[in-house]
Design a protein around this ligand. Structure first.
Ligand code: MRU
Length: 343
């Protein structure tokens, strides 16, 4: 897989996911505002990838702050943090990564500015490396849940492209495949931005993992025919009570899975767990541009001009629909999560 995002020659380099699968193009951001624009425009997306990219964006922005005194330098870096925090509201990994970068900055207050700048790059890179490790650990636990010969449904893209590498839900699938299990994947296309069709299908095909693409409204019929054995999805934020915000359409999949007695798993690292948010009702849900619904790729209209549009990017799946949450520490019932991650 191509790296989703990296620090390259003094720039934040990311693969432009808005161009996939038609073109594999890299975007070198040399200004933190470009990083923020890329997050907003879904050139980089997926909760953990957004967090990693924001951390790299902060490190990038800090390099061009010319202040020589800690107080004014820190003020400027905190303004950069605010700019990046205003990009997307739902994925808590974004705020988690920004807080971690702020803590690093504060811990270095007695250091020379040049050392702080270098340490911020190193911290962002550590977040990136850690994310890959978390995905691999989730993969090891999650793969145990998938049996040889099973068919797994996933929604959106919770893969290498949505993380620093390997993936959460697709990491689980990847790990099962690497263990030699002959599995099949059903990928929901994931209207309206088509992360399933454009990204999950592409990513799995790169790794030669068998994948079949369906439109979102086909999942129920396949479940009724007994053709899906397990569902695994990612998460943008998990509340203390185990409710999960993820890509719009996840809730429908979970309800269908429950109706057909199919296990429904969520794979997510600790950076996605938000114990300060008590339940799914408190999770802010991003509303996006109506053009995502009324057009394909912003240009081909599929609805009459001027029609009213509702376009939430995420929905909340209540804990009761979730069989288990696959984390880097093991697989837990949603109700056990707060106790497991309180420290
Ligand atoms: O709008 P997106 O593409 O950023 O939404 C992504 C998702 O909903 C993913 O399922 C989630 O972030 C988990 S990614 C490991």
């Amino acid at each position: 897989m191509v790296p989703t995002v990296e620090w390259k020659d003094g720039a934040v380099r990311l693969v432009d996911q808005s161009r996939l699968p038609g073109a594999v193009e890299f975007l070198d951001c040399r200004d933190y505002r470009e990083v923020a624009d890329a997050i907003r425009a879904l050139k980089v997306r997926g909760a953990p990838a957004i967090g990693v990219t924001a951390a790299l964006g902060i490190a990038l922005g800090a390099q061009s702050v010319n202040e020589t005194e800690y107080r004014t330098f820190a003020q400027a870096v905190l303004a950069i943090c605010d700019h990046l925090a205003a990009t997307r509201p739902t994925a808590v990994n974004l705020f988690w990564a920004i807080e971690r970068m702020k803590r690093k900055l504060e811990s270095l207050r007695s250091q020379p500015i040049s050392s702080i700048k270098q340490a911020l790059i190193e911290e962002a890179q550590a977040i990136l490396e850690e994310d890959i490790g978390l995905c691999r650990a989730m993969g090891r636990y999650g793969a145990e849940l998938i049996k040889d010969g099973q068919t797994v449904l996933t929604h959106c893209n919770a893969g290498a492209l949505a993380t620093a590498g390997y993936g959460t839900a697709l990491g689980v699938i990847r790990a099962a495949w690497e263990q030699g299990k002959k599995i099949q994947v059903i990928a929901d296309e994931t209207r309206p931005v088509l992360q399933g069709a454009r990204l999950t299908a592409w990513e799995l095909m790169q790794d030669r993992i068998p994948v079949t693409l369906i439109t979102d409204n086909m999942a129920g019929s396949l479940m009724r025919q007994g053709k899906i054995h397990l569902c695994v999805v990612g998460a943008d934020r998990i509340a203390a009570n185990g409710d999960v915000a993820n890509k719009i359409g996840t809730y429908s999949v979970a309800v269908l899975a429950k109706a057909h007695n199919i296990p429904f798993y969520v794979a997510a690292p600790y950076s996605t767990i938000d114990l300060k948010t008590l339940s799914g009702a408190d999770i802010p849900i991003e509303q996006r541009n109506p053009l995502e619904v009324t057009t394909i790729h912003g240009s081909h209209p599929v609805a009459p001009e001027g029609v009213a549009v509702y376009n939430p990017a995420f929905d909340v799946t209540p804990a009761e629909f979730i069989t288990g949450i696959i984390t880097e520490r093991g697989v837990f019932k949603p109700s056990e999560l707060a106790r497991q991650f309180c420290s």
